[in-house]
Ligand binder design. Structure first.
Ligand code: ADP
Ligand code: MG
Length: 238
C-alpha cells in the first residue's frame, strides 16, 4: 500500500531544558524504505530529537506526524502502536531476564503466537538464537545492543530509530546490524540512525542530516556533506 504521507515527519520541533535549547526548530521527514543518518557532535540534540519523535518527551513547539497523523503529545505507548520504535544510547534491557523474555516483553499486547514468531525471526536475523535462554546480563555489550535492536524489531514498527547502535561493538556485530538494516528496509521500514561510524553512514544512509547546537546545519548525500564547511565547523569546534 502506498501513502501520500511520509512515514515520519518532524515539523519545526523545539525542546528546551532550562536555559538550554536542545532541539531548535528542526524539520525532517523520511520516506518509505529510506535510511536517514543523523550526525553531529556530542550535545547537538540528536538523542533528544529521537525522544521527541518517539514520544518519550513532548516538544515545546512543533509537530510530529506518522503517516500524516499528528501524534504530538500522545502517550509513548500509543505512538509506539502507531508504528515508531527506538533504541536507547544506553540499552534499556531487563538484565535479570532472559533474552527471550526481553523480546516477548517488548512484543507487547495482542497475539502471542505472532509475538513468538516475530521473536524467533528477529533472533535469527540478529544471529542471537543461541543465547535465547541466557540471562541478558551474561551477554557481551555488543550482544546486548543486538537485543536492544531486537526489542525494537519485534514491535513490528514502520519507522525505527537507532541511537548509536554500533558504537563500541565488535566488527562482526556491526556487520549483523548493517545486514539487518538492509534486510528490513527492503520490507518498507524507514530508519533514522544516529551514527559516529562514518564508514557505516557512507554504506547505509541515503541521506544525512547534520545537527549542531540543536539545529540542522546541513543536509544531503555523503559526498555533499563531507565537503560542507558548516559540517567541518560543527565537528572541528568553535
Ligand atoms: P546528542 O545526542 O547529540 O549528544 P542530546 O540530545 O543528548 O545530544 O543533548 C542535547 C543537549 O540537551 C545537551 O546540552 C544536553 O546536555 C541537554 N539535555 C539532554 N537531555 C536533557 C535533560 N533531560 N535535561 C537537561 N538537559 C538535557
Ligand atoms: Mg546522544
Amino acid at each position: 500500500e502506498s501513502s501520500e504521507y511520509p512515514p515520519l515527519a518532524i515539523e519545526s520541533v523545539s525542546k528546551h531544558f532550562g536555559g538550554i535549547t536542545a532541539v531548535d526548530d528542526v524539520s525532517l521527514s523520511a520516506d518509505v524504505s529510506e535510511v536517514v543518518g543523523v550526525i553531529g557532535p556530542n550535545g547537538s540534540g540528536k538523542s533528544t530529537l529521537f525522544s521527541l519523535a518517539a514520544g518519550g518527551q513532548k516538544p515545546d513547539a512543533g509537530k510530529i506526524r506518522l503517516q500524516g497523523i499528528d501524534v504530538t503529545g500522545w502517550p509513548t505507548w500509543k505512538i509506539a502502536r502507531t508504528g515508531i520504535s527506538r533504541t536507547f544510547q544506553i540499552p534499556s534491557l531487563f538484565l535479570n531476564m532472559s533474552v527471550r523474555d526481553n523480546l516477548l516483553a517488548a512484543a507487547v499486547e495482542g497475539d502471542w503466537k505472532r509475538a513468538r514468531e516475530r521473536m524467533e525471526s528477529t533472533l535469527e536475523m540478529l544471529e542471537i538464537s543461541h543465547v535465547i535462554d541466557n540471562l541478558t546480563s551474561e551477554l557481551s555489550g555488543g550482544q546486548q545492543k543486538l537485543v536492544e535492536f531486537g526489542r525494537v524489531c519485534v514491535r513490528d514498527p514502520k519507522v525505527i530509530l537507532l541511537d548509536e547502535v554500533t558504537a563500541g561493538v565488535h566488527p562482526n556485530i556491526r556487520q549483523i546490524i548493517l545486514d539487518a538494516i538492509q534486510q528490513l528496509r527492503k520490507t518498507g521500514i524507514t530508519f533514522l540512525v544516529i551514527e559516529h561510524d562514518m564508514e557505516m553512514v557512507k554504506e547505509i544512509c541515503d541521506r544525512l542530516v547534520v545537527m549542531d547546537q540543536g539545529k540542522v546545519v546541513a543536509e544531503g548525500d555523503f559526498e555533499t556533506i563531507a565537503s560542507d564547511s558548516n559540517v567541518q565547523q560543527a565537528y572541528l569546534g568553535r
